[in-house]
Design a protein around this ligand. Structure first.
Ligand SMILES: [Fe+2]
Length: 240
């Protein structure tokens, strides 16, 4: 492991779980031994076991959004971590309408402190109204849920989806974060499990559009007919 990584206040571990190739992330704050689980789902025992093996206390559950495949392990993890709090954006809680134990509702830009680790909630609507990306600025890491995949992006045709919002969300990520930012997606749909923002700007077709109408048409009517997973990079071309 490079020295620059080991100097960070946190580590991110990915578990690929369930029939939809979900990534569940465990953010470990090194100094305090606290852990935050992002999108606890599918095999909560594996999540709890990982924390136990690492000697961690799960103190927080962070939700990128409320779709079933990202949240179906909440109750079981809370049984083992009864003091943990559940964090999500307020617009997602409003959209979801679910009953949560100890929810802590946030707005875009809010920051959560996990020991020495700062985690910032970015409001990134498009897949759902209150989708969030989680930014860890100390190491330029971004956990993207179903907003941004490696060489892809989340569907916008489900309830609460909005391709126009997705266009603006992806533009804001492209222009607002360092290009070396490491992307940790919510599903393992690509030829590799993570990438950098620079790789996405170059190879993610959804990052290539400058015209809103063309983006919307591609997302809603073309993409699923013309591409299949595992996603690979797509060269930029004229006309977008
Ligand atoms: Fe989703």
């Amino acid at each position: 492991m490079p020295e620059s990584v080991s100097a960070l206040p946190y580590r991110i571990r990915a578990l690929e779980l369930g029939p939809m190739e979900n990534f569940v992330y465990v953010i470990e704050d090194v100094s305090s031994g606290r852990a935050a689980v992002v999108d606890p789902a599918w095999e909560p025992e594996a999540i709890v076991r990982l924390a136990e093996q690492r000697g961690l206390e799960i103190t927080d559950l962070l939700l990128t959004h409320s779709h079933h495949d990202h949240i179906n392990g909440i109750e079981r993890v809370l049984e083992d971590a009864p003091n943990a709090r559940v964090h999500l954006l307020k617009p997602e809680a409003d959209f979801w309408g679910g009953t949560l134990t100890r929810p802590q509702l946030h707005h875009g830009g809010d920051q959560l402190v996990l020991g020495d680790t700062e985690i910032r909630f970015l409001h990134t609507p498009g897949h759902t109204p209150g989708s969030a990306c989680l930014h860890l600025p100390a190491g330029d890491d971004l956990i993207t849920g179903d907003t941004l995949f490696v060489f892809g992006c989340g569907r916008c045709d489900l309830a609460g989806g909005d391709p126009e919002q997705m266009f603006h969300t992806l533009r804001d990520l492209r222009t607002g974060l360092p290009r070396q930012t490491r992307i940790h997606p919510g599903h393992n749909y690509a030829e590799k499990p993570s990438s950098t923002l620079e790789e996405e700007v170059q190879g993610n077709p959804f990052m290539h559009f400058r015209d809103l109408g063309r983006f919307v048409h591609y997302r809603m009517h073309e993409h699923d007919r013309t591409r299949s997973s595992p996603y690979g990079p797509v060269p930029p071309h004229e006309g977008h």
